[in-house]
Design a protein around this ligand. Structure first.
Ligand SMILES: [Zn+2]
Length: 167
């Protein structure tokens, strides 16, 4: 990968507000962008998350949280203007993944990506309050909610049970 060459550009997204898109063809395994931000202790990060959840409740919205787990002791708060990786949307069928390499978070391609395609990765949310995080990724296997892949079958089951009850 040419370090001088940015592989992405920011545009409006059909999934959610803004997204990042491949500026060139990208090969599987390419590092695309670093997820940067403020390094926080878990304690500080928990406070930010709580304040954020409360603010959302009051406003009746579910604005995104940009806290990213770095390791057992620290998180990265990506809500800073210089972090363009925060615009990457979640998908149930993503073409990127996050890699933590020596204390830095990278978004890398897990498939060959064509120029113009939107970049996505699995946000890795747990099931807790999944209904507050609808997914509009549009992929064939979209669950309808942002939940990490290994928990999706459990949410599916829950949704099916709910459906049955409503009949
Ligand atoms: Zn989806």
């Amino acid at each position: 990968m040419n370090k001088e060459k940015k592989l992405y550009l920011k545009k409006n997204s059909a999934i959610h507000s803004s997204g990042l898109f491949a500026k060139y063809d990208i090969q599987s395994g390419d590092k695309i962008i670093e997820y940067v931000g403020e390094k926080l202790t878990k304690a500080k990060s928990d406070i930010i998350a709580d304040v954020h959840i409360e603010a959302n409740k009051k406003a009746g919205t579910n604005g995104a949280v940009y806290l990213f787990t770095l390791n057992k002791t620290h998180d990265i708060n990506g809500k800073v203007p210089w972090n363009l990786a925060k615009y990457i949307n979640h998908s149930c069928d993503p073409n990127c993944e996050t890699d933590i390499v020596r204390g830095r978070i990278w978004i890398s391609a897990i498939k060959d990506i064509k120029k113009g395609d939107e970049l996505t990765y699995d946000y890795g949310y747990d099931m807790y309050s999944f209904e507050e995080h609808p997914c509009r990724c549009g992929s064939k296997n979209c669950l309808g909610y942002i939940v990490r892949s290994n928990l999706r079958w459990r949410v599916k089951k829950k949704l099916e049970e709910k459906k049955k009850k409503s009949f």
